[in-house]
Design a protein around this ligand. Sequence first.
Ligand code: 6MZ
Length: 364
Amino acid sequence: MDWCESMPKIELHAHLNGSIRDSTLLELARALGDKGVIDFSQVEHVILKNDRSLSEVFKLFDLIHIVTTDHSSITRITKEAVEDFASENVVYLELRTTPKKNDSLGMSKRSYVEAVLDGLRAVSSVVVAFTPYKVEPGNLSSPLFSGVNDKYNGNPRKRIFVRLLLSIDRRETTEAAMETVILALEMRHFGVVGIDLSGNPAVGEWMTYLPALKFAREQGLHVTLHCGEVLNSKEIHDMLDFLPQRIGHACFFEEEHWKRLKSSNIPVEICLTSNIRTLSVPTIDAHHFADLYNAKHPLVLCTDDSGVFSTCLSNEYKIAASSFGLGRKEMFELSKNAIEFIFADNVVKGDLRKTFYSAAENVE
Ligand code: 6MZ
């Protein structure tokens, strides 16, 4: 097996609907075409197109949402996304998704999230731990994955922790954002650990969501923001003022923003392929990964939308290795350091440290 694939990895920026398999998207679209809901011949080439600008990516998301937004499809793509990440040795996955309401399908934001949870429960090829573990007094062993059958088709089953972030889409209202935060709070015991602000960065004002984001933080939820995906100096400034626990992208930062980011030590979720494909950075050589990495700023490599951008986390590490000269030791450290930026609790962090500790012997 390829070394980047065999190394344990942590994925902190993956959008559920962006992580859909091409084959599943085509299959679901064809089925809707057969029912006359969409014109499949018009849709097929949009799905198969490889290079997309940022605005085309958001058009594709509108299409994906038409195709996937019913309970059984959401359950299916959740299950498949977890299987895909686990198959390349992602040992901790923070999956984010925008809860959607669709009255004609009897879908509420809550039933959407329940469909996601059904997807987590439906995984059988790997062992999934997604609910927070309560430490019993006097029991310091790690029973996080105990009581499960460790074999699948005769082979040892891989283990993966999954935690959920609920996303607020920049097209939503303040009230809709608040509804998502309240739902996240109610779903904490099912592994919802935080809130993400995402959606087309050319749309909406982030201030619309500030009350909901502040409330989320006051209530103990973690917050990550898509920040600097387009040039918007004031928004970046204000977002950094908010001091989110992590930010995604950070492409269109100016000198002042870099200074503030570095002094605040906010970890950055870096999505190399996504940034190149959407032309958010001109070339890989010009990517801010290099500067942040050399400055030892906290960062984590992520896929963003593995389906939409035809990538996977191992591939993102390979790109970092070949573009920025990282060796195995550096890649392993980069991957391991992400433990400190996860939104799950210390019990999970401790378990992940053990996983990396035992994998360390394969690094040289
Ligand atoms: C901003 C993005 C994104 O939530 O339906 N999303 N938001 N920038 C990006 N960079 C390319 N990629 C994905 O997953 C799809 C949704 O995630 C957000 C968008 O709101 C998109 O509609 P869910 O599971």
